[in-house]
Design a protein around this ligand. Sequence first.
Ligand code: G3H
Ligand code: 13P
Ligand code: ZN
Length: 311
Amino acid sequence: MPLVTTTEMFKKAYEGGYAIGAFNVNNMEIIQGITEAAQEVNAPLILQVSKGARAYANHTYLVKLVEAALQETGLPIALHLDHGDSFEICKQCIDGGFTSVMFDGSSLPYEENIKITRQVVEYAHAHGVVVEGELGTLAGIEDDVQVDAADASYTKPEEVQDFVERTGVDSLAIAIGTSHGAFKFKPGQNPQLRFDILEDIERRLPNFPIVLHGASSVPQDLVAKVNKFGGAMPDAIGIPEEMLRQAAKSAVCKINIDSDLRLAMTATIREHFAEHPADFDPRQYLKPARAAIKELVKHKLINVLGCDGKA
Ligand code: G3H
Ligand code: 13P
Ligand code: ZN
């Protein structure tokens, strides 16, 4: 099976009340860990590549690695550009075999966001590729930030219909209180997501797939392991899994996870070197790191996203 777009995946996820995992990839072991997990539980997948990951690993290497995973697993897999910041990078990915691209114009003025997103959509659709747009800015929403200032970064429900109609995007990323990275909330802060905004958006965009970025849950056992073996991230706090499960049952069809993969890999490698300080063969530490990613992703697919058995 060739790479697929997200159209069919999202339709089934919307109707079935589950979400597809969109996992960030930048090397072979990460791709193998994710795809082996998905194969074991028969889950559809989105593998996504950021601008930085593409610069790190090289476009062609990543496409070929994902093609290898496709051949090995036979799963429906979409290859997606995460946070494309220009028409040019979106075009390069469309021309270079990706089946989905995100144009992230969320930090641009509204009309500018619409203009470039529309340009990307026209080019993408002419080439059989789907497009994710974004409205609202993701950041760490902090307790001591003025409500008005915090509100300004949430997606404004009154804009979504106009944005979707005028751009023609196939899915929309929204900001409801998630944020990128491993430090999403402060210690002692009660993690909250604005499900009221999500519900308002669902009402305004019937049958339309919504995307949740910044959705790592930052498992505390992994944080503890990182810190036990010399790390310095005691205050890493993520999105509670229960909230992600709730989101997966709603119009949210795509849930983005990167930081948790980094944590799993780093915790395992730190532990390995603490126990085997003389090792210098990369296979000795990348093998357990890959296995840790596989275990983490399996847990997400079954217990958080609910997309196991849906391939
Ligand atoms: O949303 C951002 C992703 O976590 C990618 O991060 O740009 O460091 O690859 P990156
Ligand atoms: P996390 O940092 O929460 O994993 O989010 C990743 C993401 O949104 C990639 O686009
Ligand atoms: Zn993101």
